[in-house]
Structures are given as C-alpha cells and as structure tokens.
Design a protein around this ligand. Structure first.
Ligand SMILES: *Cc1c(COP(=O)(O)O)cnc(C)c1O
Length: 377
C-alpha cells in the first residue's frame, strides 16, 4: 500500500470532526440546550410509548413518518399561526440532518451556497461534504443585514443556495421578513432560513414560516433541540412546498428516522405545553442577563435566541479558560474577542455572573483596547 493511510478523500485529509467540547463541569452554558429536563409525567409517557414500540422493532419504521409530520404541522400552526399539510413537513435526525439533505439535493458540484458571517459554522461543512462551493459575506458591525446588501450579494454571487439563520447563531440577531423576502425574490435558487431558535424570539418578531406560501423557493428549518428541550432525541424538520421537499427525499437514507425517534417525538409533541413552559422564563432570564452585562461595561447585542454574545475581550480564549476554571463552560464561537453564553437556569446564570466578576477581579483589564476607550458604544 502506498500513499496516505487511510486513503481519505483529499479534501478531508487532516481535518477534525466538528463539535463543542463535552466537558463535565457544574455549569454547562455552551450548546444552547434548554436547561430544564422533561417532567416526570413526560418521562413516564415516553417510557411507555417506547416500550410499546419495542414490540415491533423487528420491522422497519414508517419510512415517510406521516403521523409525526402531522403532529409537527399541528405544532407549527399553534406556535406561529401558519397551517402546513403533513406533506409540507420533512423531519430528520436533527435539523442538522435536514440541512445536510438540503445541501445534498440543492447544492453539489459546480454549485454555490451563500451565507452571512458570523454564523453557524456547520454550513461550511455541509458545503464541503456535498462538494458545494461556500461563499460568505460579512454582516454589518451590529450583525444585521439590510435588504440592499442582501440583494447585491445575491446578484453578485448568483448562489444556488442562500442560507440565512434567524435568530442567528452566535449573535442572536433576528432577520426582518422584508430582508428574507428580498432574498427569496433575488435568489436564482433555494433560500433556507434556519429557525433553530424561533420559539425564543421576542413578541412581535415574526417567523419566516408565513412567507412559504408566497415564495416557492423558501425552506424554513426548525428543531426540537432548543426551546423544545429535546436535544437528546435528535429531531429537526423542514417546512416548504411539496415539490421542494420532494428533492430532500431523494437524498435521504432509507428509513432514516427510527421508530423510537418517531414515537419519542410524537409523545413529546403531545406534551408541547409542558416542554415549552420554561421558554417565557428563559426569555426573561436572557433579557435580564443582557441588561446585567451592559451594566458591567460588556457589550452584548440584542438576542432573540436563548444565548447571548458578549465581549469584547482582548483575549477571549483566556476569559473562556478562566471561566472554565471556575466551573462555568461557555462557547468560543467567534467573532474574535467575543464569547457566547447560553441562558441556563436562574442558578446557572447567577453562577455565570459570579464567575465572570471573579475573572474580572482577578485579571484586571480584560476588555479589548478599543472597548476601553469607548466602552458603551
Ligand atoms: C443548535 C442549532 C441547530 C440544531 O441542530 P439539531 O441538529 O436540530 O440539534 C441548527 N441550526 C443552528 C444555527 C443551531 O444553532
């Protein structure tokens, strides 16, 4: 055998798998999970439902997951007031798998995806895996994108796929509907709006689900991993027109969604009110934490998600490490000088504040130079 071992694709050689560190610390605020576990009633219901399903695990699951798609459609209608038919919902193992389906079906060799940074770093990997060229344009300094910038970027790049994240990760920034409409109208191909954090948006901030009816090239992705407090079950879904979703079904693996996943998600959807009960409390905690950070000379942009970007630090990695030493794990998500903290339980958030104050007290000046001159800008 000659050459490099193992004989990996050239463009994958030397790369590491993606993932936030899974470190066992008392306060984990790095992956934007809902910090509240399922209620005993739901734990019991899931246990019973899985036991029932176990009796038929010799059979492949419902390949089209129709019952689950119906339940998801009902949930979306209750949450955002827009009615979808079950065939306009496409579920997979996390919205990450949905996104991989979208890139596999609508990207590919000779095609280009466009996104706006800073944003979720996984998109670059789906592009790589599907041989799609990945082009980014920067967001404004306040992390927004206006309609003019959107239109000119799309006109210039002519992307087959535009990926917009709203609320955006890691900045928390929601995108106004008119900017999304501009994207749908100027894009020659598909526009995806990743709404992983949609349920955390502030009152009056709309969801792109309402635009699907009038824009056939729009796909909205959602997940049960964040507000829905079900990250461990791995269930995400796309909302879009039947013909666009048909493309995703061509590239899915056969029987991609296990019977166990389907029944766990359906049972959880029957307990939506229970699972979403803490969302309001998390929103309030988020707003309080932003207020607190700003009151302590940190910068923190508005957030419509369950996390906050904060900074700017002269050495963000050092602050990350100093917080970790105090038992608090946050995320080094970039952009440079910033860190991201997920909103946890009130106790978690208190521990974060105490640890951050302690880091400041121990290290003195930790803010970036330009912040010191102009802290409140
Ligand atoms: C967390 C997150 C997701 C959700 O991924 P799942 O695979 O559904 O757990 C999707 N998009 C963004 C931007 C996220 O931050």
């Amino acid at each position: 055998m000659t050459g490099i071992w193992p004989p990996l694709r050239m463009d994958l050689q030397g790369l590491e798998p993606y993932g936030a560190p899974q470190i066992d610390v008392p306060v984990r605020l790095n992956t934007n999970e809902n910090p509240f576990p399922p209620s005993p009633a739901l734990v019991n219901a899931i246990g019973n439902a899985v036991a029932h399903t176990a009796a038929s695990l010799n059979r492949y699951p419902d390949r089209d997951a129709m019952a689950l798609r119906g339940a998801l459609a009902d949930y979306v209608e209750a949450e955002s007031g827009v009615r979808f038919e079950p065939v306009e919902v496409w579920p997979a193992n996390g919205s990450n798998e949905v996104m991989a389906h979208i890139f596999a079906a609508y990207g590919g060799t000779g095609r280009t995806a466009l996104s706006f940074t800073p944003t979720y770093s996984m998109y670059a990997q789906y592009a790589r895996d599907s041989h799609t060229a990945y082009v980014t344009r920067p967001r404004a300094t306040d992390f927004t994108i206006d309609g003019l910038t959107m239109r000119s970027a799309i006109t210039e790049v002519q992307p087959d796929l535009v990926v917009l994240t709203s609320p955006n990760n890691p900045t928390g920034t929601a995108m106004p509907l008119d900017v999304i409409e501009t994207a749908c109208e100027s894009a020659p191909g598909i526009v995806v709006v990743d709404e992983a954090y949609a349920e955390f948006r502030r009152p009056g901030v709309p969801s792109a689900t309402s635009l699907i009816d009038s824009h056939r090239n729009l796909i909205v992705t959602r997940t049960m991993s964040k507000a829905f407090a079900l990250a461990g079950a791995r269930l995400g879904y796309a909302l879009g027109s039947v013909d666009v979703l048909a493309g995703l079904q061509i590239v899915r693996l056969p029987y991609h969604l296990s019977s166990v996943t389907q029944i766990v998600a359906r049972t959880a959807l029957e307990h939506s009110d229970d699972l979403l009960a803490q969302v309001e409390a998390l929103r309030t905690e988020r707003d309080d934490l932003i207020h607190w950070l700003r009151g302590h000379e940190f910068r923190a942009p508005e957030s419509d998600a369950n996390f906050i970007l904060f900074g700017r630090f002269a050495d963000a990695h050092r602050v990350w490490r100093d917080l970790l030493e105090r038992g608090v794990l946050v995320r080094e998500s970039g952009p440079e000088g910033w860190l991201r903290v997920s909103v946890g339980t009130p106790q978690d958030n208190m521990a974060f504040r105490d640890a951050l104050m302690d880091v400041v007290a121990a290290s003195g000046m930790i803010m970036a130079d330009d912040e010191r001159r102009n802290p409140k800008e």
